[in-house]
Design a protein around this ligand. Sequence first.
Ligand SMILES: [Zn+2]
Ligand SMILES: [Zn+2]
Length: 219
Amino acid sequence: MIKYCPLCNASSDKIHFIGEFCENCLIKDIKKIIKKEVKIEFCNRCNRLKVNGEYIENTKSNLNAAMFSALDIKRCKSVKINSIDEKFANINITYLIDDEYVKFDDIIRYKMIHQICQECYRKSSGYYEAIVQLRGNKQHIDTIVNKIQKFVESRGAFISKIETLDNGGLDLYLSDKSMMKTFFLIYKLNPKKSYTLYSIKNGKKVFRNTYFLKFEDPQ
Ligand SMILES: [Zn+2]
Ligand SMILES: [Zn+2]
C-alpha cells in the first residue's frame, strides 16, 4: 500500500519512508537540531587535535572524530568530512531513526581554536623531572646521549636542555623521570642517585631525580 507523507505529501513509491514520514522530511527535522557552528581545539605548536580532552594526531579520521565530538548529536552514529575549506566543512552524517540508519550531507561552519598542549607547554617552559649528569669518556657520553634521546622521544618525552661543562661532561634535563628509570634498567646502567624536593602537590612531595654516571677512559 502506498503511503503519503503527512508533511510534504510525497508518496512511498517515489521516496523511502521510515514509519509515517518520508526520509526527506525526517532529515529536515534532524538538521534543525544540528549545530550550525562548532569549535575544534588544536595545539598550534605540534598541530595535534584535542578530542575528548586528549591530544591526538591531526589525521583525516581523527578530524572526523573531532567533528563528531564537537557536534555532539544524540543518536548520531558517525560523521565523515566530505570536503573542508577555511570556514566550512561539508559533512556526511549517519543517524539512527527507529533502528534504521539514514545518511545525509550538511554544511557546518567551524572554527579552529588555538591551544597549547601540556607537552608543548612543558617543552617551551623548560620543564624537567630528572637531570642526568654524564662525566668521563667523551665517546661514551655521546653514545649514551644518542640512546637517551631516541629512547625518550620515541615514547613522547623529551630532553628540555643540555648543558656542556668545561671538563667535557654533560648535564641532560629530562621531562620524565620514570622513563629514565626504565632506560637505566634496560641498558643495565647503575647511576648514583640523588633527589631534590621540587614542590608539594596535593600534599605530596614531588622530587627531581639526579643521576650521575661516570665513564672511564679506555686503558
Ligand atoms: Zn515528507
Ligand atoms: Zn602541542
